[in-house]
Design a protein around this ligand. Structure first.
Ligand code: NAD
Ligand code: UDP
Length: 311
């Protein structure tokens, strides 16, 4: 049994990770400032003796004793990370410095939830880990993209300078139950709109692509990655390579919800990446992993979740 710190543990991905790692018998400290996460997401874990919830902002130092750290604290939806961009950069950068400092003192293994956004609006397709990306340093997405890029730099410098055991994963679009209904990301927006009989808002012409991974597949690879040998640091892409246009996603959502809603077109946000698909050869080779859940199946489970909380 390990003592494990999960920052951002009350968020969408973090809460699933808390659930899985606590079920495996580990002692979990879940840290969150509840900016986008909720106590509700981890309410079912609160009465477990091996689960502890702490309100804390990772931009401030944290003193706890643990064996492993999963650093997920950071808003992930463009709407939320652009709400207070200075705080977003601080969360990624100061948060990484604080968590890496903690890991160094404890000689603890540390996982970083990096992102496909480090590739920006990619000119290499599908994206491989060796690609350095095409990122605007001064645009509305930069607080997130550059914050996460700087966090990667810090992780690799702590690895080189202090021999810290790091695991850096570049997460591609992931969806599933416990996304916030007002999260603002495309999957939750479309499902909530379809269930409420509102029009589905497509930004731009709907031909931009994303590759969507169901949360259970993602949690599986995060835990497998953490268990790899010390020398293997990543960065490693994790996600589902099946790529869809936003129009295809909207149409599938309408079909699965039996909704009569229509598609309406709105302005494309600035610097919105045109295409995105992970090359997951490294994850396959190092962890013997590939996602199992197809979009249709994962969307249905997510629709069932939203249906249960909206009615
Ligand atoms: P989320 O917004 O649901 O979760 C983020 C959590 O971090 C929330 O609970 C939030 O309250 C917390 N948080 C934010 N700032 C904090 C701070 N300063 N101190 C403490 N807690 C703070 O988003 P998510 O989808 O669960 O994403 C989790 C992590 O995975 C993020 O780091 C995100 O960048 C990364 N990621 C997610 C995706 C995805 O598709 N879901 C893709 C790429 C990367
Ligand atoms: N998008 C959309 N309608 C929405 C929300 C998002 O068409 O209601 C588009 C958005 O412009 C982007 C894609 O869906 O091209 C994915 O957006 P999301 O915010 O989910 O994630 P990210 O852009 O960070 O991949």
């Amino acid at each position: 049994m390990k003592k494990i710190l999960i920052t951002g543990g009350a968020g969408f991905l973090g809460s699933h990770l808390c659930e899985e790692l606590s079920q495996n018998g580990n002692d979990i400290i879940c840290v969150d400032n509840f900016f986008t996460g909720t106590k509700q997401n981890v309410a079912h874990l609160l009465n477990k003796p091996n689960f502890e919830l702490l309100r804390h902002d990772v931009t401030f130092p944290l003193y706890v004793e643990v064996d492993e750290i999963y650093n997920l604290a950071c808003p992930a939806s463009p709407v939320h990370y652009q709400f207070d961009p200075v705080q977003t950069t601080k969360t990624s950068v100061h948060g990484a410095i604080n968590m890496l400092g903690l890991a160094k003192r404890l000689n603890a293994k540390i996982f970083q939830a990096s992102t496909s956004e480090v590739y920006g609006d990619p000119t290499v397709h599908p994206q491989v880990e060796s690609y350095w990306g095409n990122v605007n340093p001064i645009g509305p997405r930069s607080c997130y993209d550059e914050g996460k890029r700087c966090a990667e730099t810090l992780f690799f410098d702590y690895n080189r300078q202090y021999n810290l055991n790091i695991k850096v994963a570049r997460i591609f679009n992931t969806y599933g139950p416990r996304m916030h209904p007002d999260d603002g990301r495309v999957v939750s927006n479309f499902i909530v709109q379809a269930l409420k009989g509102e029009n589905l808002t497509i930004y731009g012409d709907g031909n931009q692509t994303r590759s969507f991974c169901y949360v259970d597949d993602l949690v599986e690879i995060i835990i497998k990655f953490m268990a790899t040998e010390k020398g293997f640091t990543g960065p490693m892409n994790i996600g589902n390579p099946n790529e869809f246009t936003m129009t295809e996603l909207a149409e599938l959502t309408l079909e699965l919800t039996n909704s009569k809603s229509e598609l309406i077109f709105k302005d494309l946000p600035e610097d919105d990446p045109k295409q995105r698909q992970p090359d997951i050869s490294l994850a396959k080779e190092k962890c013997g992993w590939e996602p199992k859940t197809q979009l249709k199946e994962g969307l249905q489970k997510t629709i069932d979740y939203f249906d249960s909380i909206l009615t």
